[in-house]
Write a protein of this length. Structure first.
Length: 415
């Protein structure tokens, strides 16, 4: 039973929220993040990616970078950019993109729930990617980027959320540069707080949708601090981490497409023959980009021409992981034919989020890549099925949109 608790949020002054809140730190490379902060010094990205305040001669992961992040966070609290609520509360975070709205509960989730698999994951994490956020959380003494969690929809929570949105003035209501509308509300009534808390206690589990590395990092900081205490207490803030929990029926996953640098010393004719032998049908060439319209179909871009690949029954599977489209492509084409044995580490493959569109695949194939594959998106039900089975998806299986803004809600490890 998940322990989902209210907290005293540190959050931006409503007058500056639209300028302060920022996309997650890992959406940008260093050069892109620097340009964002240069154009908007108030952006939370200046704290989330504090190397933007240094020359390129300073390493992204240098100790002084994390110290600067902590100092800037302290400064923003002192100058009134950030305020803190006096009472532990739940919050509502609503995002609207292209006419579709999803609404989450902002709360703290339990470190022990992650350790005990009450919070279920569907991806492995890489230690090198965790280290940066471990240092950031530990040095700033705060969780600054929320973990995107999913729960199976509950009418009790939906009712409270709707009543709050209908009857309260939002804390924030702004549209970001990418056209996404963000609204936030506070739930501070004792009866509603208790109702939300007890409802979560009566479900089996929650699931990580996005933010596996941020979650693992927050947990490791909590365990580290717990170990350092002579008499650790469950009430300490480091035992919890910032999360936004969404009902499963409101979410959308976009495809996570693949691009590969070469065709592994095959001629085009040899490649096509091997793809057919592997268990795919190949359509005639088309000039228009191919966006797969159903599970088991893939778009393939090679030498300026698009093709549709259709997986035959012999390479499909009822297994929760092997039956995923990303697994079918990896196990039958990317691995055995193109030689991508480990997509986590192979430098010949890259992954392109569906939000960038198929034009990005065409661009990459004109610059640094030779072949691209457009995917049909993994479904929420597939994600939950994999997690419930205690299994893990291949890397880069899901791309969630819209992205949660960092800096809208911050959780201090002292609270």
């Amino acid at each position: 039973m998940p322990k989902v608790t209210p907290f005293k949020a540190i959050r931006p002054n409503p007058k500056v929220a639209d300028k302060f809140c920022a996309l997650p730190y890992d959406v940008y490379n260093r050069a892109e993040a620097t340009e964002v902060v240069k154009a908007n010094p108030l952006s939370f990205l200046a704290i989330d990616r504090a190397e933007t305040s240094f020359s390129n001669a300073v390493d992204t992961y240098a100790p002084e970078v994390y110290a600067a992040a902590a100092q800037m966070l302290k400064m923003r609290r002192e100058d009134g950019t950030l305020i803190q609520d006096a009472k532990p509360s739940y919050y509502i975070y609503e995002l609207t993109m292209d006419g579709r709205t999803q609404t989450g509960i902002v709360a703290c989730s339990s470190v022990d729930d992650y350790v005990n698999s009450v919070i279920k994951k569907h991806e492995n994490t890489r230690e090198d990617k965790e280290i940066d956020r471990i240092k950031h959380v530990d040095t700033t003494n705060a969780h600054t980027g929320p973990i995107f969690l999913v729960y199976r929809a509950k009418d009790e929570i939906r009712k409270i959320v709707q009543e709050t949105k209908d009857n309260k003035k939002p804390l924030y209501d702004f549209t970001s540069d990418d056209g996404i509308r963000h609204r936030a509300f506070i739930i501070d009534e004792s009866d509603k707080i208790e109702a939300i808390h007890s409802t979560f206690e009566n479900i089996d589990c929650t699931y990580i949708a996005d933010g596996h590395h941020r979650c693992a990092s927050a947990v490791k900081v909590g365990l580290k601090r717990r170990k350092a205490e002579s008499k650790p207490s469950d009430s300490e803030g480091y035992n919890r981490f910032l999360s936004v929990l969404f009902p499963d029926d409101e979410l959308m996953i976009m495809p996570y497409n693949r691009v590969v640098k070469d065709i592994n010393n095959n001629t085009v004719e040899e490649l096509f023959d091997k793809i057919k032998e592997a268990g795919f049908e190949i359509s005639d060439a088309a000039s228009e980009a191919v966006a797969p319209d159903k599970k088991g179909n893939f778009g393939m871009l090679l030498d300026g021409k698009w093709y549709t690949l259709t997986a035959k029954d012999k390479i499909k599977s009822d297994d929760p992981v092997k039956g995923l489209d990303v697994s079918i492509l990896q196990d039958n084409l990317l691995g055995p034919i193109l030689g991508i044995a480990d997509p986590r580490t192979d430098k010949r493959i890259d992954f392109v989020g569906g939000i960038r569109g198929l034009g990005e695949l065409e661009k990459r194939c004109l610059t640094d890549m030779r072949i691209a594959f457009s995917m049909y998106p993994t479904s929420i039900s597939e994600l939950l099925e994999v997690a419930d089975a205690g299994l893990l998806m291949p890397p880069k299986s899901t791309w969630f949109e819209p992205k949660l803004r960092s800096g809208m809600f911050i959780h201090s490890l002292d609270d």
